[in-house]
Design a protein around this ligand. Structure first.
Ligand code: ZN
Length: 582
């Protein structure tokens, strides 16, 4: 008997030395994998200058990308070679983070192939061709001198004729909806060539000859844009602009799999959303009944939906004044931070403050709204801004309607979603993850799902003292992401009409007519994206509940949040796999 411990310890030693050798081999393989992906990301960005520019990498600003069939073929062949190299790394030899990177890269390469050969939106969506944003980003590059930027602008301008020539050749039978969008957006982008670029040239310290060259090139770019718009208008009149914007079930499921990378199919998530909608309406009715005597003297309507609407309308009376919107938001940020500290919900890095500001004019689309402006993975020390578009262009009636929508209750939920612990907090964590792949190919459902999850989590933890008013308004807001999923699937796959869609939004979603009209338009122009919010949320919430059940008393909400975010913007099922198998 006495010998057994000795035997065990020898066995343990043999075993651990084997483990060590295996560990070394794995470390080597992970190091090789890291070098491969670093090189691959570099080559990928060189091959995709438009993408590079959009994430703040200004190394190739002088190139206006013209995606001809030849270039597409070249990309496909490069991606196939890169996919082969990635496949040579067996999953079980890679670290969890590298395994995620591998699957995200392979997913993108397969997605590009599917887009090029099956989905082919470059042949039916004329809005994919627009040079405005690229020029805008180049001229607003914070790290270059004005003269450098104008050199890049000139080089790009010389490629504009080839750009639109290719666009006209690629389009075969566009949808009327995307054609109209392309006309509106290209008209809008002329502003950059009529105002932004000429203003920059006027300020530049360059020779008159150089100025003239730039001005001439700008004039010819404007002519090209006009000619593209004229071409689209001609298409509108012809029989070649009839494609149905509804992509149908098969393509929708395929796009859903690439975009969302969920463990559910689109149809499954649609069914979950249907069930969630009726649960929410039941809960809202219970809350509304309880609140009725506090806000109304008369008897309650017999209809459930009318009762809920009466309450949400009454609660919308409490809203900030149009002149104090920015300050109201600014004041709420430290309150959210304090709540998270007190409740120990997750660590917030004090060295990465969030700056609340008025949306700069060059980023302002004209409408009101709020967004997080992230410095991008290549500028980790840059500031993160919370852009708030003010209601400058709104008349009194429009402003009131907007402020009623973003009332005192909803504004708090919006700040949770956009800022803390939503998008901004997630971004800070994602930027700490060393993987560039996860930042560049970030999964939209994880990003949006986290923000939507954060809203419910904060309220569950007692934010707002469990006031039934805040809960009721929260559910109204949450219903939006549920209905987004229902709309997307029903419109794209089940032939839902505009009248049916608007009825769903205004009656069962308590949305304003204007909001419903905007959403209908968005749902005809995009596919799958509207499902990302609810799908990501559903998977994150389910993961948390599963881990809670598994870990019992050892479960810590703070540890769950921090670990979940530490993987960066990877697809939720990949993160779930890592956390579950730990
Ligand atoms: Zn969001």
């Amino acid at each position: 008997m006495k010998n057994i411990p000795l035997l065990l310890s020898v066995l343990f030693m043999i075993n651990s030395s084997c483990n060590t050798q295996r560990q070394h081999a794995q470390d080597d393989m992970n190091t090789t994998f890291d070098s491969l992906t670093t090189q691959l990301v570099h080559d990928f960005m060189t091959l995709n200058p438009t993408w590079a520019l959009s994430i703040g990498l200004h190394t190739n600003d002088s190139t206006l990308e013209v995606l001809t069939p030849e270039l597409r073929k070249d990309k496909l062949s490069r991606y196939s070679t890169w996919a082969d190299s990635l496949q040579s790394f067996p999953d079980d030899k890679l670290s969890m983070s590298n395994r995620m990177d591998k699957s995200m890269l392979l997913n993108y390469f397969n997605y590009f192939k599917w887009q090029s050969e099956i989905f082919k939106s470059h042949t039916w969506n004329p809005a994919e061709y627009n040079i405005g944003e690229g020029f805008d980003l180049v001229i607003n590059n914070p790290d270059a001198t004005l003269n450098q930027k104008l050199d890049d602008v000139l080089a790009r301008l010389y490629r504009v004729p080839a750009y639109f020539d290719n666009a006209k050749k690629q389009l075969v039978n566009p949808t009327p909806e995307h054609t109209q969008l392309a006309i509106t957006q290209n008209e809008g982008s002329k502003y950059i060539f009529q105002k932004i670029l000429p203003d920059s040239i006027a300020k530049a310290d360059i020779s008159d000859i150089h100025k003239k060259k730039l001005q001439d090139a700008i004039q010819s770019a404007l002519t090209e844009i006009d000619s593209y718009i004229a071409h689209l208008k001609q298409l509108q009149q012809s029989a070649q602009c009839t494609r149905n914007f509804r992509i149908g079930k098969t393509l929708f499921e395929q796009k859903f799999a690439f975009d969302i990378q969920s463990s559910y199919s689109a149809e499954e998530i649609y069914n979950i959303a249907l069930k969630r909608k009726s649960e929410i309406l039941d809960t809202m009715y219970t809350l509304a009944k309880g609140l009725w005597p506090k806000y109304f003297t008369g008897s309650m309507p017999s209809d459930t939906l009318t009762t809920i609407r009466a309450l949400t309308d009454r609660l919308s009376d409490a809203h900030p004044h149009r002149d104090s919107l920015l300050q109201t938001i600014e004041k709420q940020i430290p309150q959210l931070e304090q709540f998270i500290h007190e409740k120990q919900l997750l660590y917030l890095d004090p060295k990465k403050p969030l700056v609340v500001r008025k949306t700069p004019p060059y980023m302002d689309g004209g409408g009101a709204g709020a967004s997080i402006n992230d410095p991008g993975p290549f500028n980790k020390n840059g500031k993160t801004y919370y852009n708030v578009s003010l209601l400058d262009k709104y008349d009194e009636q429009q402003a009131i309607s907007y402020l009623r929508e973003y009332n005192d209750y909803i504004l708090q939920i919006l700040n949770i979603h956009e800022a803390i612990p939503g998008h901004y907090t997630q971004l800070v964590y994602a930027n700490q993850s060393p993987s560039l792949v996860k930042s560049i190919f970030g999964n939209g459902a994880m990003i949006e799902g986290w923000a939507v999850y954060g809203e419910r989590m904060m309220l569950e933890e007692g934010y707002g003292q469990n006031a039934p008013e805040l809960w009721l308004m929260y559910y109204k807001w949450h219903l939006r992401s549920v209905i987004n999923t229902l709309l997307d699937y029903s419109i794209q796959c089940l032939g839902m009409s505009e009248a049916e869609a608007k009825r769903l939004m205004t009656r069962e979603g308590f949305q304003q007519e204007a909001e419903a009209a905007g959403k209908w338009k968005r749902a005809t122009l995009s596919q799958v994206q509207l499902c990302s919010y609810f799908t990501g949320y559903t998977e994150i919430y389910a993961l948390r509940e599963k881990l809670k059940a598994k870990q019992g008393k050892a479960f810590s909400l703070k540890a769950f949040h921090e670990e979940f975010l530490s993987y960066g913007s990877a697809p939720v099922p990949r993160i779930a796999e890592a956390m579950w198998n730990k």
